[in-house]
Design a protein around this ligand. Structure first.
Ligand SMILES: NC(=O)c1ccc[n+]([C@@H]2O[C@H](COP(=O)([O-])OP(=O)(O)OC[C@H]3O[C@@H](n4cnc5c(N)ncnc54)[C@H](OP(=O)(O)O)[C@@H]3O)[C@@H](O)[C@H]2O)c1
Length: 239
C-alpha cells in the first residue's frame, strides 16, 4: 500500500516510516520538500542497515496525500487546520488515520462553576507539573478532523499510545495494544492490518469515532506515569 505520513519528519512519523517501510511504500510529507527528501534518505539508510529495501520518498504534504491511498496525520493538534485545508482537495475516497492527541501542560479542565481550587504551579512540597487531555469542542481531535475531510474520506483514530522512541527502534518488539476508533469497518480492518504489521502489536476495536476522546486522553496519562515513576516511554496492554 502507499502510505503518506504528514509531519513524517517528526518524532512519531519516523517510527511509522521505519516500521511500515518494511512492507509498504512510504511517502514522507513536510512543509519543506528539501527537508522531506533529506529525512527520507536518512530513514532509507536505517532500513538498508536492517536489510530492507529503501522504499521511502519525501515531498510536500499535499503531494504526499495526493499520491497515497492511506494518509497518516502525524502533526500536533494546534498545527492541524492549515494542513487539513491544504490536503482537502486530494483526499476523497481515501483513508485518513489520526494519531493526534490534544494535550497541554498544567491545565486540566475544571468547570468554570466549580469551587475546586487549581493546584499552584510553584510548590516546594511536590512536583506540580503534569499533562492533561485538552478536550476539543468536538470531543476529540479525531472528531474535529472529521469536520475537515470530504464525505467520501474514511477516518480512523489509532496509535495514540505508542511512544515515538520505541516505535523508531527497530530492534524493539512492541508488545502493546492499540485502540482503534472509526465509523467504517472497512477502514478499521485496514488499520488493524497496519497495527499487525508492527511486530507484537495487537489492534483492539474501541468503537466509533465518538470514542476517540477516551483513547486520546490516555497519552497524557502515560506521560505522567512515566515522568513521575522513573519509567520511560510507557505504553498500554490490556490483560
Ligand atoms: N511523539 C509521540 O510519542 C506521539 C505518540 C502518539 C501520538 N503522537 C501525536 O502525533 C502527532 C505528532 O507528534 P510528534 O511528537 O511527532 O510531533 P513533532 O515531531 O513535534 O512534529 C511533527 C511534524 O509536524 C510538522 N510541523 C511543525 N510545525 C508545523 C506547523 N506549524 N504546521 C504544519 N506542520 C508543522 C513538522 O514537519 P515539517 O517541518 O517537516 O513540516 C514536524 O516534523 C501529535 O499530534 C502527537 O499528539 C505523538
Amino acid at each position: 500500500m502507499k502510505i503518506a505520513i504528514l509531519g513524517g519528519t517528526g518524532n512519531i512519523g519516523k517510527g511509522f516510516a521505519l516500521r511500515w517501510g518494511q512492507k509498504h511504500e512510504i511517502i514522507i510529507g513536510s512543509r519543506d520538500i528539501d527537508k522531506a527528501e533529506a529525512v527520507a534518505a536518512e530513514y532509507n539508510e536505517v532500513l538498508e542497515t536492517h536489510g530492507y529495501k529503501p522504499v521511502i520518498t519525501g515531498t510536500d504534504n499535499r503531494t504526499a496525500a495526493e499520491k497515497a491511498e492511506i494518509i497518516v496525520v502525524a502533526i500536533r493538534y494546534n498545527q492541524l487546520a492549515p494542513v487539513m485545508e491544504l490536503i482537502y482537495p486530494v483526499i476523497s475516497d481515501k483513508v485518513v488515520i489520526s494519531v493526534v492527541v490534544p494535550m497541554e501542560k498544567n491545565s486540566c479542565y475544571i468547570s468554570p462553576g466549580s469551587n475546586y481550587p487549581r493546584t499552584p504551579i510553584e510548590s516546594e512540597e511536590f512536583n506540580t507539573e503534569y499533562f492533561c487531555f485538552s478536550i476539543p469542542e468536538a470531543g476529540s481531535a479525531a472528531q474535529e478532523i472529521f469536520t475537515m475531510i470530504p464525505e467520501s474520506t474514511e477516518l480512523v483514530a489509532a496509535f495514540h499510545t505508542v511512544p515515538a522512541k520505541k516505535l523508531a527502534d527497530l530492534d524493539m518488539e512492541l508488545d502493546y495494544d492499540i485502540g482503534v476508533c472509526g465509523n467504517s469497518m472497512h477502514s478499521k480492518e485496514l488499520v488493524f492490518g497496519l497495527v499487525r504489521d508492527i511486530s507484537n502489536m495487537r489492534p483492539l476495536d474501541i468503537g466509533p469515532l465518538e470514542t476517540a476522546g477516551m483513547v486520546e486522553s490516555l497519552t497524557p496519562l502515560l506521560i505522567n506515569v512515566a515522568a513521575r515513576n522513573k519509567m520511560r516511554d510507557v505504553s498500554l496492554k490490556f490483560i
